[in-house]
Write a protein that binds this ligand. Structure first.
Ligand SMILES: [Zn+2]
Length: 175
């Protein structure tokens, strides 16, 4: 069921490839999560909650970042993460789709992770304090704007809105 839905998603992306920009791809993926939400299966419902429900409450239009330079290659995402991706279980279809949504939506800065130095940091906002929070995809280290380590426990963070990132002159990670 889920694998068939993944295959349908892939086919519609292949058909639309020449017209797709990053935003319309993101929308297709988010629409797909809503199809998954309708699947009446306890295991799938739990996967939905774990991986996709987070995106429901986000203001996608405000968060989505567009500029001449971004931290990903749309062509590579379509080619390697979607068309050539080996997706052979429902769980992986869901996690993999979540990863692509995350990558397109959450701004990746050129700020080096001060904890592992293996990756650059994604940019979020702490809902309560409204302060920027930087997180590493690899080691999950969380720091504030001044590289002070933060304890992420109990904090609700959302991807930083594009306007805030531009106002702060944060530049994207090189591809
Ligand atoms: Zn790190």
């Amino acid at each position: 069921m889920i694998l068939r839905k993944w295959e349908q998603l892939k086919q519609s992306i292949i058909q639309d490839r020449d017209n797709l920009d990053a935003y319309s791809l993101l929308k297709l993926l988010l629409d797909w999560t809503q199809e998954i939400k309708e699947v009446k299966d306890v295991q799938i419902q739990n996967l939905y909650k774990d991986y996709f429900s987070y995106y429901e409450r986000l203001n996608i239009e405000e968060i989505f970042y567009t500029d001449n330079v971004v931290w990903y290659s749309l062509d590579e995402i379509i080619q390697y993460d979607i068309i050539q991706a080996k997706v052979d279980s429902p769980q992986w279809a869901i996690i993999h789709t979540r990863d692509i949504i995350f990558n397109l939506l959450v701004f990746k800065s050129d700020k080096d992770c001060p904890c592992c130095h293996d990756d650059n940091l994604r940019v979020f906002v702490d809902i309560d304090s409204e302060k920027l929070v930087f997180e590493c995809d690899i080691c999950l280290c969380v720091v504030d704007e001044n590289n002070n380590k933060q304890n992420p426990e109990g904090k609700l963070v959302v991807p930083a809105p594009a306007s805030l990132i531009k106002a702060k002159n944060i530049t994207p990670s090189p591809i």
